[in-house]
Design a protein around this ligand. Structure first.
Ligand code: MGD
Ligand code: MGD
Ligand code: SF4
Ligand code: MO
Length: 813
């Protein structure tokens, strides 16, 4: 098995078999080929095709990056020899090719990675030590079954937890989403499991936005071709929606058509800005709600608000639409003008002191937003992954609400983009008889102090309190046991005691840092090694389906997830097996599910035709998705899903929660989208010890930790901590210096990138780097995984992961 290829995945082997051009390409292997040579190499590929019966197999990159790309895997002798991407159609915007980014194009290096798991294994050392012994599939499956049965008998199904994982997104059958995976179906066939609400992606916004709008929808990015102004709060599609089918392309192309100005509000000068922006406003992390309030002040004072819109569609803007039971002066206008409870006027001066944005810039931005319509005002999910993110996400929505940009073409709700998706029918997961839920972020708490967790303090749902701690964990295609969850050192201590959580089953492709915590570790096939149908993720107004065919035969003892879960079902009993499989093989399920898709959407190609096409694309028949358009057109006929049916600027539901939940002093839940400071924020007392704010952005080098072990990607996009020259100088740090980043939770080592692309007082690094520490020694993380430094304390309302809210110090190592 060869791992030696040049970055575009052309092996020496296939090149050696060809003529002069191959020799030329061989000479430059190890560096990326210029375009002309790439074309030549493609021609070489075609030549190989004739000589050695190379076949081309459609695959897809199915990691959770928010895009979804087609791959064309060139295979000979049961080996993927090189990889290209979508080559169909004329590649015009709107009907374009779904081209993979560098990560997807390097998938051959993942498939053949030396750390790929080949055999089932059991833990032999202490949990987390990473010592394993190869066992047979029978032993692995029997051990899991016995432990599962024992756990359910002794503690009940509520003690079994399926951890949040996002390694495989989209497939009908291969799908890691804990709500919708084969593992969930297995557990639902066997009495259910403790489930969770929320995701690490969107915990705060997905919880908060529905209080305002009843849901969390945004216009599709393609609709920017109707906009005059684009305002992005912490939204960086150039890295987080990278592919040719992705949002970054829509943003660029749609803006080219409308000539919309673009303002980027982000502590970092992002790749999305990168010369394409009209203005970059660096902002202190966690303070967007203060900026919004300062803008609202100008809008109100200068009569730039859309009063008819506020009167007709909204609740709680001013006294006349305040809902029954709300105290006098508890409306938004009073809050902004300083006539509310706190008596503080939210002037641009006030906002400037909090956000770090100059007063005149706030006033100018307010006037621009108030006078340019339609405006596409959107947020990424960076601002909401803060400890006060619930307030922030609703606050950003106030700008389109105040200016009447909601429900129209070229406008937006203030949420992130929505996308058009083709009909998909996924493996049904059956119903979970256990109704208890915890937030996805609080599973370590549920191990350490489960029965102490209550509804009003810890956000337990479905019950007043948790009855049993978590004793059994399924982890299928995720690295959220350690690497992607907060406070790795604390997690290690909780997990190492295997009398607490008694069994951890990890189903993976690689020896990740989470896999090291497995009691039983199972080697899965990758999605490109099995048949499945997979739809687009975020892709503007062009949806598509990709029919993945297995590129190679299964190697070593790797098994598909359907086989693994079926075999456990079989061991749990014949009735469970029947309930789980319904007598179908994986292929029969796929045909069955596709037949259902065809029944609801007869315009789809036939199963066979789709398999031949590889990729099928369809444009949104409505042109662009416009969030809340029906509501805007006729609010009485199409009420929102809020209690009043209107946009709730003041939420009575939140007022009730605020009054009844147990909160700490530095936690705020409010019926209004106000600004509140938070624990570990820019003004927290701990800042005197740890003076720098730190967050981990989603980085082009990886998808979280996925692809994080690929050498060429690591070399191309280095793991560095961004630090402003002012902060660097004060510490004697220059670019490239190895530095210590630390706080009370841990310490990591990383090279510094000294750059004015980040504002003073704030630092950032790519999240998702592979944790690498001696856990019995100094625990210093040489892999520079930011979760060495993050907290397990949840955000107040969503009980979500505030992983962008951190205080640290940095010193030269
Ligand atoms: N500090 C900080 N932490 C964060 C974030 C942050 O911004 N800052 N972001 C959070 C967010 S938004 C998310 S979504 C989570 C993501 O956290 P995870 O869901 O853990 O995502 P990955 O790190 O990509 O891990 C996916 C795993 O799935 C495995 N995998 C991929 N394909 C397959 C397959 O076919 N079969 C099997 N069995 N395994 C497969 C990969 O090898 C990888 O180990 O991280 C969260 N953590
Ligand atoms: N390449 C790549 N793409 C990805 C992923 C990946 O790991 N790698 N992960 C995918 C997943 S699962 C998700 S959930 C999404 C995540 O998408 P996002 O959550 O939107 O991504 P982030 O990088 O966390 O944050 C976006 C921007 O917010 C900024 N930011 C941070 N805090 C604040 C703040 O308080 N205010 C403001 N205004 N800006 C702030 C950051 O600098 C960053 O540029 O990305 C997806 N796409
Ligand atoms: S990582 Fe995302 S953008 Fe890159 S190829 Fe995979 S799906 Fe496409
Ligand atoms: Mo995410």
């Amino acid at each position: 098995m060869s791992n030696q290829s040049c970055p575009d995945g052309i092996t020496r082997r296939s090149l050696v078999k060809t003529s002069a051009i191959g020799g030329l390409a061989l000479a430059v292997s190890g560096i990326s080929l210029p375009f002309g040579l790439r074309a030549a190499a493609t021609a070489v590929g075609a030549a190989v095709n004739q000589n050695t019966e190379e076949k081309v197999v459609w695959g897809a990159c199915s990691v959770n990056c928010g895009s979804r790309c087609a791959l064309r895997l060139h295979v000979s002798d049961n080996e993927v020899t090189w990889v290209e991407t979508d080559n169909t159609g004329h590649d015009v915007y709107g009907d374009h090719q779904v081209r993979a980014c560098l990560r997807g194009r390097s998938i051959r290096r993942r498939i053949n990675h030396p750390e790929r798991l080949n055999y089932p294994m059991k833990r032999v050392g202490l949990r987390g030590e990473g010592k394993f012994e190869r066992i047979s599939w029978d032993e692995a499956l029997d051990t899991i079954t016995k432990s599962l049965k024992g756990t359910v008998e002794k503690y009940g199904n509520e003690a079994v937890y399926i951890n949040y994982t996002s390694g495989i997104v989209g497939g009908n059958i291969t799908r890691s989403s804990p709500y919708a995976s084969l593992v969930a179906r297995l557990m639902n066939s066997y009495g259910g499991f403790l489930s969770h609400y929320g995701t690490y992606s969107t915990a705060q916004i997905a919880c908060a936005m529905p209080y305002t709008y009843g849901s969390n929808d945004g216009n599709s990015t393609s609709d920017i071709e109707n906009s005059k102004l684009v305002v992005l709060f912490g939204n960086n599609p150039a890295e987080t929606r990278m592919s040719g089918g992705g949002i970054t392309w829509y943003l660029e192309q749609a803006r080219e058509r409308s000539n919309a100005r673009m303002i980027v509000i982000d502590p970092r000068y992002t790749d999305t800005a990168a010369g394409r922006e009209d203005e970059w406003l660096p902002i202190r992390p966690g303070t967007d709600a203060a900026l919004v309030a300062g803008i609202a002040h100008v809008l109100i004072r200068e009569n730039l608000v859309d009063q008819p819109f506020l009167d007709k569609y909204c609740v709680g803007y001013d006294e006349k639409t305040l809902p029954e039971g709300a105290p006098a002066n508890s409306h938004y206008k009073a809050y902004i003008l300083g006539q509310g409870e706190d008596g503080v006027e939210k002037s641009p001066q006030w906002a400037s002191a909090i956000t770090g944005i100059p007063i005149d810039k706030i006033i100018k931005l307010a006037r621009e937003i108030g006078s340019t319509k339609p405006a596409y005002i959107a947020q990424g999910w960076g601002p909401q992954r803060q400890a006060n993110g619930e307030l922030t996400s609703r606050a950003i929505a106030m700008l389109p609400i105040l200016t009447g940009n909601v429900g129209i073409n070229g406008g937006n709700s203030g949420a992130r983009e929505s996308t058009y998706t083709i009909t998909i029918e996924r493996m049904p997961v059956l119903t979970n008889p256990v109704k208890t839920q915890i937030s996805c972020f609080s599973w370590t708490d549920a191990i350490a102090r489960g029965p102490e967790m209550t509804a009003k303090r810890d956000g337990v749902r479905g019950k007043d309190k948790l009855d049993v701690p978590i004793k059994f964990i399924w982890n299928y295609a995720g690295n959220t046991i350690t690497n992607q969850h907060s406070d790795i050192n604390k997690t290690h201590d909780i997990l190492q005691d295997d009398s607490q959580c008694e069994m951890i089953v990890v189903i993976e492709n690689f020896m990740t840092s989470s896999a090291k915590y497995a009691d039983i570790l199972l080697p899965d096939l990758m999605t490109v090694e099995q048949e499945d149908i997979i739809p687009n993720d975020y892709a503007g107004n062009m949806g598509y389906l990709i029919f993945i065919q297995p590129a190679t035969e299964p190697k070593f003892e790797r098994k598909p997830i359907y086989w693994i879960t079926s075999e456990i079902a079989r061991r749990l009993g014949p009735d469970i097996y029947q309930k789980f499989t319904e007598g179908r093989t994986q292929e029969e399920w796929l045909k069955y599910l596709y037949a259902k898709m065809l029944a609801t959407d007869p315009a789809l190609p036939s199963y066979e035709a789709l398999r031949t096409m590889g990729i099928y694309k369809r444009k949104d028949p409505n042109g662009h998705f416009v969030a809340y358009k029906d509501f805007r057109t006729d609010p009485d006929a199409n009420p929102l899903k809020t209690p009043s049916g209107k946009i709730e600027i003041y939420s009575s539901q939140l007022a009730q929660i605020a009054a009844s939940w147990e909160l700490e002093k530095d936690e705020t839940i409010s019926p209004l989208p106000i600004y509140a400071s938070t624990f570990d924020g820019w003004d927290a007392p701990e800042r005197s010890t740890y003076p720098l704010q730190l967050f981990g952005f989603h980085y082009k080098a990886r998808t979280h930790s996925s692809y994080g072990n690929i050498d060429v990607l690591k070399a191309a996009c280095r793991q560095e901590v961004w630090i402003n020259p002012i902060d660097a100088q004060a510490r004697g740090i220059t670019s490239g210096d190895m530095v210590r980043v630390f706080n009370s939770r841990g310490e990591l080592r990383i090279p510094a990138k000294v750059t004015p692309r980040i504002m003073p007082g704030v630092t950032a690094m790519g999240q998702g780097a592979w944790h690498e520490a001696n856990m019995t020694g100094d625990r210093i993380d040489h892999g520079s995984c930011i979760n060495t430094l993050t907290t397990q304390r949840p955000s107040p309302l969503a009980k979500g992961n505030p992983q962008h809210t951190n205080l640290v110090d940095i010193q030269k190592a």
